[in-house]
Design a protein around this ligand. Sequence first.
Ligand SMILES: [Zn+2]
Length: 77
Amino acid sequence: MRFLLILIAVTVLVLSIRMLLKKTVTKSETRQSNSEPMVPCKQCNLHIPKSEAVRHAEQFFCCDAHYKKWQNEHNIQ
Ligand SMILES: [Zn+2]
């Protein structure tokens, strides 16, 4: 009877450790996707993920319209 209790206790322990490890892996995966560098839009200063930003000559924009607007303003000056 005592052996059975120990067996159950060990099984529960192993299962909870497995669950904890799974959680840790999921957390680090989420952290990785969240750690994507953010860049500010040159026109409105809105921060967007670098991969989603419109990039033109080392300048970042949240959308094509803001790039065109910035370019127009830049050409006038
Ligand atoms: Zn913008």
